[in-house]
Design a protein around this ligand. Structure first.
Ligand SMILES: [Zn+2]
Length: 151
């Protein structure tokens, strides 16, 4: 099995597992994607956004493209949820070792507003400028108000 990248869909990978021949896919508890049950997938990953408690169980293709996702309150709950659909997967989980956890967390939160420093996670809109400059709608409003106030 290929290892997943450290980040899938802006979430840090905590654990990953391959659905091999020791794992039995049961159909009574599927994940729905666009109203249709997602069939058996080759790879699973448990991921987390840095500023949220929720853990995400990702259902992935072989190349770790995310096909479906379900939220769980903890890592253990995500593993339990996976086991209910993929019997035997419990023995296949491997923890993801990140060389620099803080750097990965920061990368998950990118981009940041260049003015207030908030992550796009906390913001509604970001407006892009030249050379990677980013400003959020809140800062635009604050600046507009300041300009109006001074005229
Ligand atoms: Zn801002």
């Amino acid at each position: 099995m290929e290892m997943p990248p450290p980040i899938l869909d802006c979430a840090k990978v905590l654990a990953y597992a391959a659905v091999d021949e020791s794992v039995v896919h049961v159909r009574d508890n599927p994940v729905y994607v666009d109203g249709k049950p997602l069939g058996a997938v080759p790879n699973l990953a448990i991921c987390k956004y840095p500023i949220e408690d929720e853990h995400l169980l990702f259902f992935c293709r072989k190349e770790w493209e995310v096909l479906g996702c379900t939220g769980c309150p903890s890592l253990e709950a995500a593993k339990d949820r996976a086991e209910r659909e993929y019997r035997g997967i419990a023995a296949r989980w491997q923890s993801y070792h990140h060389e620099d956890e803080a750097a990965v967390d920061r990368q998950c939160l990118e981009p940041f507003c260049s003015f207030c420093g908030k992550s796009f996670f906390e913001l509604e809109r970001l407006i892009w400028g030249k050379d990677g400059a980013v400003i959020c709608d809140g800062c635009v409003r604050t600046l507009a108000a300041a300009l109006n106030g001074s005229s």
